[in-house]
Design a protein around this ligand. Structure first.
Ligand code: UD1
Length: 412
């Protein structure tokens, strides 16, 4: 799909953000622990969510998805869905929970954005420590629960978001086992997952800190749960607004989760937050030195977008990617639009302000495509973005929302 974007936009008005993709995906997986009906509200209608729903259906879960709400019932699950290609990385989260539910799980090797090697060693080491026999083939991963220990301590080699969620969800269903996860990721989506699991009857504490304690239980109840707002979607619209010199009210945010606000204020964002609404406008944009880090650090999922903002800021900015080894694909595309960017290792150096011009560019990864869409919206002239549909993996109704706030965009 190609999107045509008319440049020189000034973003204005109001936009509502959806439920967090990165909370919705692990919550959907965790729902299979219960054999009772589960209802989840504020599920964003995204390609990645639809992909997860397809995987759940392949497992035999009865899922209905309407008006951003999911109702599901997980009884009689299949243990082997290795024939089903998993296009999203979050599919790995199914391995432990499914193995516990069915006695054995086999899934295809997880896919996802091409932003580096993205190994799953921390997930698999953790499952082994929890007592699973794990084997990895060319195209599949298999897990069988073998031992049930009384007490398990697992120190994660890196605070991986997915591994923290996977091990926390799996351990929550291991009755008789007390698990302590150390060096956990502290992302708000993990706190949301804990809240959801506990609402189904799990006994977990500590999410949001680096130590999570889990007392395994055997039975889960029915639950009705609403997902938090998507902080990355909010951050993307906030950055786009600042880059365009506009003013925007972003509705539906979860204020405690917005770990990008301080960085945007340093660049010159004037931000006020009241209840679930955030108002943002830009004053003179100043250069910034920023590096991505696990939460509460600056999110890697906003790194490509902030590179575009740095192009408009006065002075020399430095943006360093510290989480993924291959997440600078936007640099090549922004150069096609006239950006002058120096790259040394994982650091981008930008001297601003720079004038960008419209060009034909290519979307490769979700957040990189968000960045080139922002760049196209503020450039002089029109741009064409190939593979624009990648954006539908993480941005709900993005074309409608952009048109509503003053970015003229059409897809063909
Ligand atoms: C999640 C988010 C993604 C975000 C990322 C980092 C979801 C669905 N996706 O992805 O949007 O960009 O967190 O904030 O929530 N690693 C290993 N071995 C492992 C697991 C991870 O080496 O077993 C490495 C990865 O290659 C990467 C780093 O750890 O370099 C962070 O990955 P991780 O936190 O696991 O990211 P995801 O959970 O995949």
């Amino acid at each position: 799909m190609i999107a045509k974007v008319w440049g020189n936009s000034k973003i204005r008005g109001e936009v509502s953000i959806g439920g967090a993709k990165n909370a919705a995906l692990p919550i959907l997986v965790a729902s299979i622990l219960s054999s009772k009906r589960i209802e989840i509200l504020r599920i964003p209608d995204l390609a990645d969510v639809r992909e997860m729903i397809s995987m759940l259906r392949a497992l035999g879960v009865d899922v209905s998805f309407e008006n951003n709400s999911i109702s599901m019932l997980s009884t009689n699950l299949n243990s082997d869905i290795s024939a089903f290609p998993s296009k999203i990385r979050a599919s790995i989260l199914l391995l432990g929970p499914l193995a516990l539910k069915t006695g054995k799980a086999k899934i295809s090797y997880p896919g996802g954005c091409s932003i580096g090697k993205r190994p799953i060693d921390i997930h698999l080491d953790g499952l082994r420590k929890l007592g699973f026999d794990v084997s990895v083939g060319e195209e599949f991963v298999e897990a069988v629960p073998i031992h049930r220990y009384k007490q398990v301590d697992i120190r994660l080699g890196f605070p991986s978001v997915g591994a923290t969620e996977h091990l926390m969800t799996t351990a929550s269903m291991m009755r008789g086992t007390e698990t302590r996860l150390l060096n956990c990721a502290r992302e708000p989506e993990i706190v949301d997952l804990q809240r959801f699991l506990n609402s189904m009857g799990a006994r977990i504490s500590g999410a949001g800190t680096s130590k999570i304690c889990i007392t395994g239980v055997s039975q889960f109840l029915s639950a009705r749960y609403e997902v938090i707002g998507d902080r990355i979607e909010a951050g993307t619209y906030a950055i786009a607004t600042m880059a365009s010199g506009g003013k925007l009210v972003i509705k539906g945010v979860t204020p405690s989760t917005l770990n990008f606000v301080g960085v945007l204020q340093k660049i010159g964002g004037i931000i006020s937050i009241k209840d679930d609404s955030m108002c943002i406008k830009a004053s003179d944009l100043k250069s910034i030195k920023v590096f991505t880090a696990p939460y509460p650090g600056f999110p890697t999922d906003l790194q490509p977008q902030i590179t575009v903002l740095a192009c408009k800021a006065k002075g020399i900015s430095e943006i360093s990617e510290k989480i993924f080894e291959n997440r600078l694909g936007h640099v090549e595309e922004l150069r096609k639009m006239g950006a002058i960017l120096d790259v040394a290792g994982q650091t981008i150096r930008v001297k601003g302000p720079q004038v960008l011009h419209g060009a034909r560019v290519v979307g490769k990864d979700l957040r990189e495509t968000a960045a080139i869409t922002i760049a196209s919206a503020i450039a002089n002239g029109t741009s064409e973005i190939e593979n624009f549909e990648i954006l539908f993996r993480g941005y709900e109704k993005v074309v409608e929302k952009l048109n509503k706030i003053g970015v003229r965009i059409a897809t063909s």
